[in-house]
Design a protein around this ligand. Structure first.
Ligand SMILES: NC(=O)c1ccc[n+]([C@@H]2O[C@H](COP(=O)([O-])OP(=O)(O)OC[C@H]3O[C@@H](n4cnc5c(N)ncnc54)[C@H](OP(=O)(O)O)[C@@H]3O)[C@@H](O)[C@H]2O)c1
Length: 250
């Protein structure tokens, strides 16, 4: 349960997913959502300000809230590439936590990396995100960019893989609609395996028997550089987060 009234700034893709997840799990009793249309005022009593606007928009969005954010309120940012130091400069005196969640928080099934150097703020982050996500604590803020790539961005990587799979199925003669449904269903099946306690290695070996069709496909994927392609995707996402941070003076 949240440690008191929560104000959420930004109601886009992630902000609305958070609202859904918190409603579903009863995590936040007293939630105010501030969109661009609302007066930029933090309700009195706000104990946590969650910032869920785009990294390029947060300074303008936060500036009018500073004077009404109650002393001691925790600032919790879900923004990629915005450093705690920059947030601390704009919101002096407030404990800061960073969380990098996926939009599956809407169903209470997200994954979220959590970092703060303030134990109280870290605990607030857990109280808000443990009910809607599997939370992974990071020891160092610098690891947030890697977590963003491996979790926050990665659902899109898996969707892109399913899209490529559907295209390959169509090229192999399946009607496009059937190929798309089959690829999507395969992604869903993989997801339910990932929900189990089995290691990824075990999950793979349950499907890929030696000498079988799946093993042949996996060997071709590896041979064509799956690991290099994935590493390049993660490095590009990390690089982008670092550039975003560099473009925003602390
Ligand atoms: N989407 C994801 O999967 C995901 C995952 C992890 C982290 N994140 C992080 O979450 C943040 C939001 O991403 P998103 O995908 O949700 O973006 P989004 O869909 O564009 O949502 C951002 C929202 O912020 C609103 N906004 C902008 N300025 C505002 C202001 N002054 N006051 C109130 N609301 C304002 C925007 O409203 P307008 O449309 O009117 O501009 C929009 O509704 C980003 O920093 C991103 O790094 C996203």
């Amino acid at each position: 349960m949240a440690p008191g009234p929560v104000t959420l700034l930004g109601h886009g893709r992630l902000g609305s997913a958070l609202v859904e997840g918190w409603r579903l799990t009863g995590t936040v009793e007293n939630l105010t959502v501030l969109t661009r249309a609302d007066p930029a005022v933090c309700p009195g009593g706000t104990r946590v300000l969650v910032i869920a606007v785009k990294p390029g928009a947060w300074r303008d969005a936060v500036a009018p809230l500073v004077s009404t954010l109650p002393a001691g309120a925790v600032v919790l940012s879900v923004m990629a590439g915005v450093r705690a130091a920059a947030l601390a400069t704009a919101l002096p005196g407030h404990p800061i936590a960073r969380v990098m969640p996926t939009t599956a928080v809407a169903e209470g099934r997200g994954i979220a990396a959590v970092w703060s150097e303030d134990p109280g703020a870290r605990s607030v982050a857990h109280r808000l995100f443990d009910p809607v996500a599997d939370t992974v604590d990071l020891a160092d803020e610098a690891l947030m960019d890697a977590a963003t790539a491996v979790a926050g961005s990665a659902p899109a990587f898996f969707y892109a893989m399913a899209e490529a799979l559907a295209e390959a199925g169509t090229a192999a003669g399946l009607p496009p609609e059937a190929a798309a449904r089959l690829a999507r269903g395969a992604l869903r099946s993989a997801g339910s395996g990932a929900d189990s306690d089995q290691s990824l290695e075990t999950l793979i070996s349950r499907i890929a028997s030696p000498g079988g069709t799946t093993r042949a496909g996996l060997d071709a994927l590896l041979d064509k550089g799956l690991d290099h392609a994935v590493r390049a995707a993660v490095e590009a996402a990390i690089d982008r987060a670092r550039r975003l941070a560099r473009d925003q003076p602390a």
